[in-house]
Design a protein around this ligand. Structure first.
Ligand code: GLY
Length: 338
């Protein structure tokens, strides 16, 4: 039996570890509302989400609005302006998760402008979590979503034609100073500055509830039918309203192998700060295959119940955007390989 003396001794020994892990949790302050999103392109996404959060709306409405904003812009990595698969077809992945662990998701949906809203419709009006491909499109059309053109954007057409010349498949993502020349989505603008990848955002609303959403066109020039981590609950997004929420960007296969965002949230449940929780998930990817990890990018972004955020990536180059009542910033993530 544990007598009082032994108990005090053990408590004293264990206290420092506990207090380091929980150093960010020891005060009662809570930053809310707050929204954080992946990449610098998250700044206008946050602005859109903020309209709901500032009006004391629900986090789930805010993250859907933010994701829809991104889906409505023409860019390489999200929405119908995204780069196609190797057959020249744009397929989109998205998901959403609310404070009650309700979730909805679409994989490889074609010709629908707002997959995140299809995901929400699945969440709210079906007993399912995920619909894919033709079935997801059929569901969307039956529920009032319009069939968009299958034409590629001018930029996507140009990059796809360029890619067809060699048709290599080498999914590196956003490794700074290593400009891609066609095999994978160019994650850099022409001037060499880093472009971005998946849009993931998580928010804490003024009622103290958390939600998240993710949307992406996935890996450019992927095999037709490939679905990444983004629409997989626990990989590209996970929300636990008691603890926090996390999202990811980068090579989805590596995130799926470790159920990345679920790992991050569980680490936060154990008391780790969002940044350390993200780092622990990154370390798990690196531990599996260190040499491979050196050639690719994954970034995790997390927000805990107190409104504390943090991120960690394999490589330099991942950034995230934050908006609250006290700050609006784009912040470079810490990273493993310097
Ligand atoms: N993280 C996006 C993807 O792998 O599709």
């Amino acid at each position: 039996m544990l007598n009082r003396r032994k108990f005090l001794h053990l408590s004293a020994l264990s206290f420092p570890v506990f207090s380091i892990k929980n150093s960010l949790h020891n005060d009662d302050t809570q930053t809310k509302p707050i929204v954080v999103s992946t990449w610098d392109s998250g700044k206008p996404v946050n602005t859109e989400a903020w309209k709901t959060l500032a009006a004391k709306g629900r986090a789930v409405d805010a993250v859907e609005a933010g994701a829809r904003y991104m889906e409505g812009t023409l860019n390489c990595c999200v929405g119908l302006g995204g780069y196609p698969d190797r057959d020249g077809i744009v397929t989109l992945d998205a998901c959403i998760m609310d404070e009650h662990a309700n979730c909805g998701s679409v994989g490889a949906i074609e010709r629908i402008k707002h997959p995140v809203s299809v995901a929400r419709k699945i969440m709210e009006s079906t007993p399912h979590v995920m619909l894919v491909g033709e079935g997801a499109q059929k569901f969307a059309l039956e529920n009032g979503f319009e069939l968009a053109s299958k034409d590629l954007s001018a930029d996507a057409r140009k990059e796809y034609d360029q890619w067809l010349i060699k048709s290599n498949y080498h999914p590196e993502i956003n490794i700074e100073n290593k400009k891609q020349n066609g095999p994978y989505a160019p994650n850099f603008f022409d001037d060499g500055s880093p472009n971005h990848d998946t849009m993931g955002l998580v928010a804490l609303d003024s009622s103290g509830n958390m939600s998240g959403a993710v949307t992406t066109s996935g890996m450019a020039f992927k095999i037709h039918g490939r679905v990444g981590d983004s629409p997989i609950i626990g990989a590209g997004l996970f929300v636990d309203n008691e603890v926090g929420a996390a999202t990811s960007s980068g090579v989805g296969e590596e995130v799926m192998r470790i159920c990345g965002t679920h790992v991050v949230v569980e680490m936060m449940r154990q008391g780790y700060s969002p940044e350390i929780a993200c780092r622990k998930a990154i370390e798990r990817i690196i531990k599996r295959d260190r040499e491979k990890a050196k050639t690719l990018q994954v970034g995790f972004l997390a927000l805990n119940k107190k409104g504390i955020y943090g991120a960690y990536a394999i490589q330099k180059g991942f950034v995230f955007s934050v908006k609250s009542n006290t700050e609006e910033r784009i912040i470079p993530s810490k990273y493993f390989f310097g």
